[in-house]
Design a protein around this ligand. Structure first.
Ligand code: PMV
Length: 342
């Protein structure tokens, strides 16, 4: 075959126990656990042509437009990990990627884009090597991780664990493992309503953020807490103790922001409206008893997590009480991904 194309859709994910701090070639300093999302995803297509060169050529388009920054990132990834990409020799790759979430949402999900890329590359490998077998998802997770740590978790639906932890024997720092089979059905109904407090790009990239942990005074304490929280969360995922879920999710989110606030140099990534939303959510939970909680990424936007059972009431609450704190009244209504896209 001299010309062919491959494609993959891969979602974003939201970490409940956060990965923050790494070493070596994208190895995590603590395990992390996330819910896989479905509506926030990247769709990547690669048109492949054989060339007469011994090397490969790559051209990247984001939503049909040149994106030199991202093209460089992909080239760097392929060069740094070339031992896994020998099959690309003699190929021209025309990569076209697009996101399902709005341009102006301030959400730049490397988890979705990098896992979609890794899945496409594995599909190319299958075609080049004439293998008629399904993509090995562990390898997909491994290659995704090398591009962006959190991307390792995006290739599995529902819920994934990345990083070695005692109670999951096949857990690894090298790749994520799926947790769907041991996860209580209630979590498969979870919504993640993402309140867009700001649509600006993050003021600190996660690459810089991770490096701030290298000589952070609280680093060792943080890693120990994250390890404990991972084990606590693994129990919660089975027994559906939603109060314990809330405690872990909110404490992890606030800790991530505390770590940034106590870094050198220090960063404040929450906006005044982030705190407003957090306070109003906690008040609503107190008044209604609904298991609605928040988590945060390394930015000001607030992810609201809740089971589908309370969807209608929570949506009323969002519309009446939270939209005023969102940029252009914007929020993204996502849900946990139940099935794989492959
Ligand atoms: O995968 P990275 O390098 O973009 O780091 C992600 C870090 C957090 O999103 C803040 C936490 C996580 O575990 O996803």
């Amino acid at each position: 075959m001299n010309e062919f194309s491959v494609s993959a859709i891969s979602p974003s994910n939201i970490a409940i126990v956060k990965y923050w701090g790494k070493h070596g070639n994208q190895l995590p300093n603590n395990p992390s656990v996330s819910l896989t999302l479905s509506r926030c995803h990247t769709d990547t297509r690669i048109a492949v042509k054989r060339n007469s060169d011994s090397n490969y050529k790559l051209h990247f388009l984001f939503e049909g437009k040149e994106s030199p920054k991202f093209e460089e990132k992909i080239k760097k990834y392929l060069v740094e990990n070339q031992q896994y990409f020998g099959f690309l020799k003699g190929l021209d790759l025309e990569i076209d990627s697009s996101n399902s979430f709005p341009h102006s949402s301030g959400i730049a999900s490397s988890a979705a884009s990098m896992s979609a890329l890794a899945l496409c590359l594995l599909k190319i490998e299958k075609i080049v090597n004439q293998q008629d077998t399904p993509v090995d998802m562990r390898k997909a997770s491994f290659l995704s991780r090398l591009a962006s740590g959190s991307a390792a978790r995006s290739v599995f639906p529902v819920c994934a664990l990345w990083g070695k932890t005692p109670s999951v024997s096949d857990s690894s720092d090298e790749y994520a493992v799926p947790l769907a089979d041991m996860t209580h059905p209630v979590f498969k109904t979870y919504h993640d309503s993402i309140m867009i407090v700001s649509n600006k790009e993050k003021s600190v990239s996660s690459r810089v953020g991770h490096s701030l942990m290298n000589d952070h005074p609280l680093a060792e304490k943080r890693y120990a807490t994250a390890r404990e929280n991972t084990e606590r969360l693994l129990k919660v995922l089975q027994n559906a103790d939603l109060q314990e879920f809330i405690n872990i999710a909110e404490s992890e989110a606030l800790q991530l922001h505390d770590l940034m606030a106590t870094s050198n140099p220090p960063y404040r990534l929450m906006e005044p409206n982030t705190l407003k939303i957090i306070d109003v959510v906690r008040e609503f939970r107190h008044d209604t008893g609904f298991p609605l909680c928040f988590t945060l990424d390394a930015g000001p936007n607030v992810h609201l997590l809740y089971p589908d059972e309370h969807n209608a009431k929570v949506k009323d609450f969002i519309n009446e009480n939270l939209l005023q704190y969102c940029h252009d009244n914007q929020y993204i209504d996502d849900i946990v991904q139940r099935n794989t896209n492959l």
